[in-house]
Each structure stands twice: as C-alpha cells, then as structure tokens.
Design a protein around this ligand. Structure first.
Ligand SMILES: Nc1ncnc2c1ncn2[C@@H]1O[C@H](COP(=O)(O)OP(=O)(O)OP(=O)(O)O)[C@@H](O)[C@H]1O
Ligand SMILES: [Mg+2]
Length: 235
C-alpha cells in the first residue's frame, strides 16, 4: 500500500456545529468540531456523559445534519445531500457501518441471515456468502443461531460482521463493550482494530472503557461539544 493511500482521509469534520433543544434547554453537542480520520485508522472517542459523543457519531453517520460546517465521508460532502432523506439513506447503506452497544440484532433472524439481509438491502450480489465474514469474527459455527441463543460477546461479534457486509469505508461504533466483561471487551476491541487494518476501514469508536484504549491508533476527548486530544489523568 502506498503512503498516500494510507493517508487517504475517509472522514473529515470542518468547523461542525450543532445545537439542540430551545430556550433555556438549548445545548450545543457539537461546538466547532474539527478532525480527520484516515483509511485503516482506529480512533477512540472518550468524554463525560452528555458531552456530544453519540451526536458526533450520528452526524458522521449521515443520521443527523449539523447547523453549520462541513462533513465529508469519502468523496461525499454530506451537507450537499442532507436535503434528501433518500440520498442520505442510500449513501449510508453503501458506505457506513454501525455497531451499537448491544449488537442490535434482529431477534427472528439467524446470524447468517442478519448479514444476508444487509447485503440484500444494499443491493449486493445474490451470490453473497455470509460465512467468510462470520468466520473472520469467529462466529461461523453459530451461523444458524438466533440472537437469543448467543452470549453478549457473540452477539457483538455478529453485529461487527454485519456492519462490514458492504465493505464500508467508515465504521462507527458506540459503546461496543458496555454489556461485556473485561476479557470479552478486550477481544471485541482487538477484533475491531484488526478489521480496520485488514480492510482499510476508518473506525471511530466511542467508549467509556479506558482499558480498551490501548488498541486505538489515536484517542480524542469530547468535553461540552468540543473535541480535542485526550490526555489521560496521571494514575
Ligand atoms: N433531540 C435532542 N434534543 C435536545 N437535546 C438533545 C437531543 N439529543 C441529545 N441532546 C443533548 O445533547 C447533549 C449530547 O448528547 P449525546 O447523546 O451526544 O451525549 P453522549 O456524549 O453520547 O453521552 P453518553 O456518554 O451519556 O452517551 C446532551 O446534553 C443531550 O441531553
Ligand atoms: Mg452516547
């Protein structure tokens, strides 16, 4: 891989501001936010509750539109397609993967069918085979299991495989280890780091779990809507 390729920017925020609520309850979850994430880079986001971390993911994921500033994902300026829910949804489906706290699997579908559904919705090939991806997250042996037959960590692994079906350039992850014990948390975050490197995915992971930050290439901290470098407090 060439150096320029490695440095290719997948996600870029320039002066992004968003206010929510009105009157006395007005908050500014994003206050002039600037940052970039490159291909294959795994970035952690930490910060107190209510700081704006989930809002940051929603804006990066074309789920929410900021009041001002520029948000670019791959070659697309999101604010240019923000007027069209259809265009936003299509772009999101093809280019952005999401992993949520609990895996967010569909209760009635097997692991393999969770992946097949995403492939179908995204207009992927009818020859799509979910097994290699399930294998990559160590879940091929549970391809026919329903979510209720899986442990929390297993569900989370299927959720990660599902987020990678369309080979998205950008992977957005919100609190992936909140429901997991220590050992499983390390495994899940190591898996995210490995998938980022293997597939050149830019991954942004919000977490409260400082023990998993060692897997990140870089950690940023959100405080009161402002994003900056994370400086861990001395122990
Ligand atoms: N629809 C909304 N209307 C008004 N305020 C909102 C809305 N959604 C979020 N907020 C506020 O925006 C701020 C940022 O919320 P956000 O969910 O991004 O925080 P967070 O950093 O993810 O917190 P946590 O760590 O608890 O998940 C909070 O003050 C929240 O109350
Ligand atoms: Mg949140």
């Amino acid at each position: 891989m060439s150096r320029t390729h490695d440095n290719e920017s997948v996600l870029s925020f320039q002066n992004v501001t968003l206010e929510l609520g009105d009157g006395d309850s007005k908050v500014r979850p994003l206050d002039a936010v600037n940052f970039e994430i490159a291909r294959g880079e795994f970035v952690g986001i930490v910060g107190p509750s209510g700081a704006g971390k989930s809002t940051l993911l929603a804006v990066a994921g074309a789920l929410q539109t900021p009041d001002s500033g520029s948000v670019r994902v791959l070659d697309q300026e999101l604010t240019e397609i923000a007027h069209s829910q259809g265009k936003m949804a299509k772009f999101r489906l093809r280019n952005i993967g999401f992993v949520f706290q609990s895996g967010n699997l569909i209760p009635a579908l097997t692991s393999a069918d969770q992946l097949r559904l995403v492939n179908k919705l995204a207009g992927g090939p009818s020859s799509f085979d979910p097994l290699p991806l399930l294998d990559a997250v160590g879940m091929a042996h549970k391809a026919k299991s329903l979510p209720r037959q899986l442990s929390g960590g297993e569900r989370q692994r299927v959720g990660i495989a599902r987020a990678l079906v369309t080979r998205p350039g950008l992977l957005l992850v919100d609190e992936p280890t909140a429901a997991l014990d220590r050992a499983r948390s390390q495994q899940i975050v190591a898996l995210l780091a490995e998938q980022s490197k293997t597939h050149g995915v830019a991954t942004m992971m919000v977490t409260h779990d400082h023990e998993v930050l060692g897997h990140c290439d870089r950690v940023l901290e959100m405080v009161d809507g402002k994003l900056g470098a994370f400086e861990p407090a001395a122990a």
